[in-house]
Design a protein. Structure first.
Length: 318
């Protein structure tokens, strides 16, 4: 089958993301995420597990740039877990600083567990759901089953990390089960991303995406890999620039320390030289004092002898 699907007809996938932190493994999927927003035109987007918000802000950026009437919701405790590690409120605060001025009119950051947030959404209201929370098989299956009733007849669910098989990650296992039951497409780069069609009615371009096979699958994967790879390289370049700046600062500080230490050494040398000179003078003074003491002792002895002789002479004169 030869598909007519051409992602480059949707230039939003070439957009430069406004948020690229150093902490996301999702960067390589951002071009596809923006493309997906363009072809689906979802009315409601929900993300489960947002962390630093690179993926979520990509959704929001596409909604804003495409001027789509969409409501977006990010759900996370922003406390961390066994896989991400624990962290403080600074992560959410940093995300709000970027998010609120740009997207607050149509987007909401909900600090909550996934289960607690369920009641905020009616059944059959979510068009695009991104599941990227805790990655064990049991938990991600629970998330899928609990949120599935919330999906519309055009519903699409994204699963990140379907290509990680280490530790207790189990998204790959659930993905292998689900893709037997639903139309789907998946990417192997960027830790893997699964695209699951859980509804029935879809736009033509999305239907072509999940219907492709053979060489078309490889072509689409390669295209989005290359588009995503440039973002990974950009992030690494920014990191290298940051490291270079830190090294420059460290070198400048080391140079200052060296100059200061040289100055301190020079002052210490001068002070030490003065101490040596003073020590020499003190030694000379001690020698002089010793000589004076000896001379005074000798003079005293002579005076005593003379005085004794005077006493004796005085006695004889009497």
């Amino acid at each position: 089958m030869v598909t007519n699907l051409n992602p480059l007809n949707n230039p939003i996938c070439l957009a430069e993301p406004r948020r690229l932190t150093q902490f996301s493994s999702w960067h390589e999927h951002i071009p596809f995420a923006m493309f997906l927003i363009d072809i689906l035109r979802p009315k409601v987007i929900v993300e489960l597990g947002t962390f630093y918000g690179d993926s979520y802000c990509a959704f929001c950026q596409a909604v804003r740039d495409l001027d789509i009437n969409t409501s977006c919701y990010a759900i996370d405790t922003w406390l961390g877990d066994h896989h991400t590690g624990t962290y403080g409120q600074e992560v959410l605060a940093d995300l709000r600083t970027h998010h609120d001025p740009l997207y607050a009119k149509f987007s909401k950051l909900i600090q909550s567990s996934f289960n607690e947030a369920l009641s905020q959404f009616k059944d059959g209201t979510i068009d695009l759901l991104h599941i990227d929370g805790f990655h064990s098989y049991e938990v991600v299956r629970h998330d899928f089953e609990m949120w599935l009733p919330k999906m519309t007849k055009e519903g699409v669910i994204l699963f990140h990390d379907i290509n990680i098989f280490e530790r207790d990650f189990g998204v790959w296992r659930l993905w292998n089960e689900l893709k037997k039951r639903y139309l789907h497409f998946d990417f192997t780069h960027g830790s893997g991303l699964g695209v699951l069609a859980v509804g029935k009615d879809y736009p033509k371009e999305f239907r072509e995406l999940v219907d492709v096979s053979g060489e078309d699958v490889i072509a689409i994967r390669n295209l989005f890999f290359m588009l995503g790879q440039r973002l990974t390289l950009k992030t690494r370049q920014c990191k290298l620039v940051e490291i270079e700046q830190k090294l420059t600062t460290t070198n400048e500080e080391a140079k200052k320390w060296w100059l200061n230490s040289q100055e301190a050494w020079s002052k210490w040398s001068e002070t030490n030289q003065r101490l040596v000179e003073l020590q020499q003078k003190l030694t000379e003074a001690n020698e002089e004092a010793k000589k004076w003491w000896l001379n005074s002792q000798e003079a005293w002895s002579k005076w005593s002898e003379t005085n004794q002789r005077l006493v004796e002479l005085q006695q004889k004169l009497k």
